[in-house]
Design a protein around this ligand. Structure first.
Ligand code: SF4
Ligand code: FES
Length: 368
């Protein structure tokens, strides 16, 4: 391999797959890790230390819902004491002022709050729980405690018409950053693709609203809009390259080059219980599989854009073609682009015929 491997910048620590919400766009795997298989407190503390030794500077504590882990304060303390920037990725359910004050005193630096819709009726329908009002309260708590707040919204057909109202809501909540991310079809979301895919009309309507808000709110609230990549001509630079900047540790200790990588069934899965984190990052087959450019075939191998998008998303390539080293079929230069066009045509036919299915709520299917 002719690639110089840099240390990772960030670690996504998925503390648990347990979650009080049932969002149909959930990108966690269809089969979730059971509570009994979750890493213990001691194991997570060791993972955080190993990650810091490896060079990690940003630790994103996520899930599922990380607040369901009673040892969250200890994990925040350890990561912060080691000099990491610690971010909590949460549904907001269970985020009380005493809990957040304690986490902030232990060094928590940032809160990322998910929101499902612009009003309680729509948001609770998508979340599958009475959650919206509690999220509004959680945002107020973040403000009172004085931490920076990001609001994250996953966009899809059932909330795309609310883009303007969602921006207004994020302003009201005093968010420093708003991420409006069109659904990426991994994990549970893939089975709801037909129900969730926004229409071209919805995407066209949202675009000027977002553009105007970006200008109006510049310097006050950063807005990041993640496009619906099936409709794009070129793929996203997924993970800024495979095994390049970040690693994910799943609740059971599996170490993945990206949060969705368990879909690539042809890759061996590494685990912190059986191999040191540094060895996994630098030497494992799974992390080295798509580093650099040696793995690329035509058209990526000779394409001018390969240093910009790294050939797109490996998980998407695998899910849509069965080959993780294929060009991402979203790319208009991919020999498999017809797969994506076929999906879009089928979506369009479903919309025209009124045959769009209801989305299926996330259920806690666990690995037996
Ligand atoms: Fe990117 Fe490969 Fe498409 Fe070129 S051919 S734009 S490198 S995905
Ligand atoms: Fe896994 Fe894109 S989500 S590489």
């Amino acid at each position: 391999m002719d690639v110089t491997v840099e240390p990772p910048l960030g670690m996504l620590a998925e503390l648990t797959h347990r979650c009080p919400l049932h969002c149909p766009y959930c990108s966690n795997p269809v089969e979730l890790a059971a509570k009994r298989d979750e890493l213990t407190t001691e194991q997570w503390l060791a993972v955080i230390e190993a990650a810091r030794d490896l060079g990690v500077l940003q630790v994103h504590l996520s899930g599922g819902e990380p607040l369901l882990r009673p040892d969250l304060p200890e994990l925040v303390s350890r990561a912060s004491d080691l000099g990491c920037y610690v971010n909590l990725v949460t549904s907001g359910l269970g985020l009380t002022k005493p809990r957040l004050t304690d986490l902030a005193e232990r060094g928590l630096a940032h809160v990322q709050l998910s929101v499902q819709g612009a009003d309680a009726a729509r948001a609770d329908l998508i979340a599958g729980a009475k959650a919206h009002a509690r999220k509004i309260d959680a945002a107020a708590v973040v403000h009172e405690v004085g931490l920076p707040l990001s609001v994250n919204v996953v966009l899809h057909r059932a909330n795309h018409d609310q883009v303007g109202a969602l921006i207004a809501l994020a302003e009201q909540l005093g968010a420093d950053r708003l991420e409006l991310a069109n659904t990426q079809y991994y994990g549970w979301a893939l089975r709801n693709r037909t129900a969730l895919m926004p229409t071209p009309g919805q995407l066209a309507a949202a675009e000027p609203i977002v553009r105007a808000a970006v200008e109006r709110l510049r310097g006050r609230m950063e807005i990041v809009y993640v496009v619906a990549d099936y409709y794009e001509k070129y793929p996203k630079p997924c993970m800024y390259g495979w095994g390049a900047r970040q690693l994910t540790v799943a609740p059971n200790g599996d170490v993945l080059p990206c949060p969705a990588a368990s879909v690539i069934t042809t890759l061996p899965v590494e685990n912190v219980r059986s191999r040191p984190l540094a060895e996994i990052w630098y030497e494992s087959e799974s992390f080295n599989a798509f580093r650099g450019e040696d793995w690329m075939r035509d058209p990526c191998r000779t394409c001018d854009f390969r240093a910009r998008d790294f050939g797109g998303c490996r998980c998407q390539a695998f899910m849509l073609t069965g080959d993780a080293s294929a060009t991402d079929p979203v790319c208009s230069r991919s020999p498999d682009r017809s797969v994506v066009d076929g999906i879009l045509a089928a979506e369009d036919a479903a919309v025209r015929s009124g045959g769009v299915p209801e989305f299926v709520m996330r259920t806690p299917t666990v690995v037996r």
